[in-house]
Every structure is written in structure tokens, then in C-alpha cells.
Design a protein around this ligand. Structure first.
Ligand SMILES: Cc1cc2nc3c(=O)[nH]c(=O)nc-3n(C[C@H](O)[C@H](O)[C@H](O)COP(=O)(O)O)c2cc1C
Length: 164
């Protein structure tokens, strides 16, 4: 079973759509899910009573916090990541190399390793394209080999970016 680093940040619809449209279909396709959430995403999913339901899809713990020094690493190192939904905030921080939470740490560590596939499906307001740094962030990630696209009506289309 191939490991998939499944990462999510706090975008509208996360609490109702992430499990049904991304996590469950990915598990159904045979991926072993290593789920890591931003702190805000974890708070939203906990409030919606979703964390246990996500945990039931995998034998790996659902993470949102860093381990303590001396604790074993709870996730393997996947060679495929799907970061979806990714917020404007997380896309910008990833492009800049900021790793101030566990989600950005795992993806940021993998970014730049040519052996790792990273797919990012972002959900942002139309106005975001007017931000002076937005296109540069997308370009920085694309030039590093990240497969980037904007999520559309069905978040499940994000799975099409994954290797077969
Ligand atoms: C109800 C709600 C919906 C949101 N939806 C989005 C969204 O779809 N995309 C986005 O970029 N930010 C959205 N935000 C703002 C992010 O949650 C906010 O920028 C947050 O700091 C992102 O943190 P994270 O990337 O660490 O999860 C939303 C906020 C709220 C309260």
C-alpha cells in the first residue's frame, strides 16, 4: 500500500467536504493516508467531530502538532503529497519556505526533493489573484515541480493529479 501525505488547511467547506470528497476517495483508491492538518483546520474538524472519522480511514494518527524531541516520528515519509484544500495563507507560506506548523513542515521538507510528487489544490477568493505576491508564490511552487491547480466544484478532482 502506497503512502499518501494528505494535508489540509482551513478553507470553507473543510468540515463537510474534506473527508467525503478527498480522504475517503483516496483511501478507496488504495492510498495509506498520512493526514496532517494545519492548526486551524484541526480546530475546525475537531469542532465538527471529524477527526475520529478521518482516523478510521488509516492506521496512522491524524497529526496537527509536532512531536516532542525523543518521540518517534508518527508518519512515514510519503513520496506523494496531496495538499488540498490549501488556503491562500498556506500556499504563500509554503512558497516562502515558512514552516510554522506541522502541515507546512512536512510539505516544506519534501519540496525540492525530485523523488517526491507534491500536488496542491488551492481554494481562494477571486480577489487573491490581485494580491501583488500571489502569482509569484504560484510560480515559485510550479518551478519547484509542484503540481498546482485551483479546486473546482468537486474537490475529488484533486485526486486526478496523483500518480496512478
Ligand atoms: C468560514 C471560513 C472560511 C474560509 N475559507 C477560506 C478559503 O476557502 N480559502 C482561504 O484561503 N482562506 C479561507 N479562510 C481563511 C483562512 O481560514 C485563514 O486565512 C487561516 O489563517 C488559514 O490558516 P491555515 O492556512 O493555517 O489553515 C476562511 C476562513 C473562515 C472563517
Amino acid at each position: 500500500m502506497r503512502n499518501l501525505g494528505l494535508v489540509a488547511s482551513s478553507c470553507g467547506g473543510l468540515d463537510t467536504r474534506f473527508r467525503a470528497e478527498i480522504a475517503e476517495p483516496a483511501a478507496a483508491r488504495g492510498w495509506r493516508l498520512a493526514i496532517t492538518l494545519t492548526p486551524t483546520a484541526a480546530r475546525w474538524l475537531a469542532a465538527a467531530d471529524e477527526i475520529g472519522k478521518l482516523a478510521a480511514l488509516t492506521d496512522l494518527e491524524v497529526r496537527s502538532e509536532s512531536r516532542l524531541p525523543g518521540e518517534p516520528r508518527p508518519h512515514p515519509d510519503p513520496d506523494v503529497f496531496l495538499f488540498a484544500p490549501a488556503s491562500a495563507n498556506s500556499v504563500a507560506k509554503l512558497a516562502l519556505g515558512i514552516a510554522d506548523n506541522q502541515a507546512l513542515t512536512v510539505v516544506g521538507d519534501a519540496l525540492g526533493d525530485p523523488a517526491v510528487t507534491i500536488v496542491v489544490g488551492y481554494q481562494v477568493r477571486d480577489e487573491r489573484s490581485g494580491h501583488p505576491a500571489w502569482q509569484r508564490h504560484l510560480d515559485a511552487l510550479s518551478s519547484a515541480g509542484v503540481r498546482l491547480f485551483r479546486l473546482d466544484e468537486s474537490w475529488s478532482t484533486a485526486l486526478q493529479g496523483l500518480p496512478a
